[in-house]
Design a protein around this ligand. Structure first.
Ligand SMILES: [Zn+2]
Length: 556
């Protein structure tokens, strides 16, 4: 059965799978009798370049083909002769083979001088044309500069960049693509029916998917499956040949993530590990799958064009899961699995990076490394910190802080500690521009820094909204750049759980300066100096001040 590929090699245009964009043009040229002297077929291996070249050579020479038609009859002596590979006017050269390279020059020069003996057109099909020697290319170029009538060159190559520009410019170029899973499926189904075999669609789909767009690989894999299973192939028999695909499991995992079922998801990963699945590859499958769903969410056409091709059965499953997910979530999932994938290689517990990713996604925990609560430093003038950058809002439940993960190379030098260390400097500089703005920043919490994004949490929505004001944002960002020596983008969020103990705007000034004046070492820079004060009074004062400055309105 290993000869399925030969047996089912397309003999006319209709039988050629995929490459419609190329077929249409070639068919039209044949119908209208407007042929080029040279064609360049570029593209990956095993997608039908030489097959199409042969069909083309046959069609233009078929004596039974009527004008205005493009298909060879496959019945006349010429067609039969060409199909059998016996015609001397169809010259196939494999430039990759040694003899090919040696002979090609003489062949091209000698043979192209002689008109076709039996056919209308003499056709050179040069496979792996990029392997031709410089001498051979020169000979070819000479011929192409003054092409003899009735001689056609078809150059096929997988590496078009190695073909001289002078040659390319004299050819009509066609770029072949890999063949879709659906098209490969159709061909496999046709072969299976024709051979009177019994193989489930699901298995054919696995074969099609595994061959990654290469028809010849798909046919050869089908041949191997049939060799083991015979006329009726079972799943078990197919599994012996088709390299295991974990896409089904990957889809199951994504489904569990969508449902936030961490328990089952972690159990699945451990089951796969027990079964000997390579987790790095599995993680890659999960990422590709998530990417596909994300692309489909953004624009279905994108997914069709750029996404992983899965075949109908799996597409249906994914369609269901994707309804439960939003693009935002998908981006987060991808980031987490991407991180996990990088960590898998060095993990001493193989499954741990995946388990962590799952826990973070499903439970929203562990987003960060907890930083210890830092006590007020000794030289801090007894000021009681009420807003602690290192600590969460309530003090007892330190809020997880996301550490910088994006673009680690570019921004690795900035950590939360760096931000905290110079926060007072930021406040002072901002204050020169706007007194109350500095106050707002003083009672906000810098949360995390990811890449060049600094997240600031505000207790009040209108603080956040003011921070969104383009001028204010710009000013704050320019101060941040000045202080930290690199551009930072402020991302403001609201967290009502932040406890702001009444601030004293007036007194704050000195404290800022004092703190700043102290040695960096013994200051906990994260602690801003919002002073504890009589509740109602300070709050009103603060509000008044803020409203005055920003023109905001207190709702609730
Ligand atoms: Zn014919």
């Amino acid at each position: 059965m290993a000869t399925l590929y030969r047996k089912y090699r397309p003999q006319n245009f209709q039988e050629v799978v995929g490459q419609n964009h190329i077929k249409v043009t070639l068919e039209h040229e044949i119908e209208s009798d407007k042929l080029a002297h040279a064609y360049l077929f570029c593209g990956p291996r095993a997608v039908g370049k030489t097959t199409l070249a042969r069909v083309f050579a046959k069609a233009i020479n078929c004596i039974k083909r009527k004008s205005g038609e493009h298909e060879p009859c496959n019945n006349c002596d010429i067609c039969k002769n060409i199909t059998a590979g016996h015609n001397l006017d169809i010259i196939e050269i494999d430039a990759a083979s040694h003899t090919g390279v040696d002979n090609v020059r003489e062949n091209i020069i000698a043979v192209s001088r002689v008109s076709p003996s039996s056919l209308k057109f003499k056709v050179f099909i040069i496979d792996e044309a990029h392997m031709l020697s410089i001498q051979a290319f020169n000979a070819l170029l000479k011929v192409l500069e003054e092409p003899p009538p009735n001689i056609i060159f078809i150059l096929a190559t997988t590496e078009v960049h190695k073909v001289p520009e002078t040659i390319i410019s004299r050819c009509q170029r066609f770029d072949f693509r890999r063949i879709s899973v659906i098209d490969i499926m159709k061909k496999l189904r046709y072969i299976v029916n024709n051979e009177e075999l019994k193989i489930a669609d699901e298995i054919l789909e696995d074969i099609a998917r595994h061959s990654e767009g290469y028809m010849r690989d798909a046919e050869s894999l089908l041949g191997q499956v049939v060799a083991i299973g015979g006329k009726e192939v079972t799943r078990e028999e197919a599994d012996l040949v088709i390299p295991r695909s974990d896409l089904n499991e990957a889809i199951t995992l994504v489904g569990l993530l969508a449902k936030k079922d961490a328990g089952k998801a972690i159990a699945l990963v451990n089951k796969l590990l027990d079964e000997g699945i390579e987790l790095v590859r599995f993680t890659r499958d999960v990422i590709e799958l998530l990417r596909k769903i994300m692309l489909a969410k953004i624009n279905p056409a994108l997914s069709d064009k750029l996404g992983l091709e899965l075949g109908e059965t799996l597409e249906v499953r994914i369609g269901e899961i994707s309804k439960e997910l939003e693009v935002k979530q998908l981006i987060f999932f991808i980031e987490k699995f991407y991180e996990a994938r990088n960590e898998l290689k060095s993990a001493f517990l193989l499954q741990l990076p995946l388990e962590l990713a799952i826990a973070e996604i499903c439970l929203g925990v562990g987003l960060a490394i907890k930083t210890p609560v830092v006590k007020p430093a000794a030289g801090n003038n007894g000021i009681k910190p009420t807003v602690n950058l290192n600590n969460g809002s309530a003090g007892k439940n330190p809020e997880p802080i996301k550490t910088a993960v994006n673009n680690p190379n570019k921004f690795s030098q900035l950590s939360r500690e760096h931000i905290s260390a110079k926060w007072n400097e930021v406040l002072i500089k901002v204050k020169k521009y706007n007194h109350s703005l500095s106050f707002i920043l003083r009672v906000c919490q810098p949360r995390n820094i990811a890449g060049n994004q600094l997240c600031l949490a505000f207790k009040y929505k209108f603080h956040k909204e003011r921070m969104g004001d383009e001028n204010i944002k710009q000013h704050v960002e320019s101060v941040l750049k000045e202080v930290y020596g690199q551009p930072l983008i402020v991302e403001a969020i609201v967290d009502e759980s932040i406890e702001v103990v009444n601030g004293d705007n007036g007194g704050g000034d000195n404290n800022v300066s004092d703190n700043n004046g102290n040695g960096q070492d013994n200051i906990n820079p994260g602690e801003t100096e919002v002073k504890k004060e009589n509740a109602g009074n300070g709050e009103n004062k603060m509000m008044e001040n803020l409203i005055k400055t920003f023109g905001g309105k207190v709702v609730n």
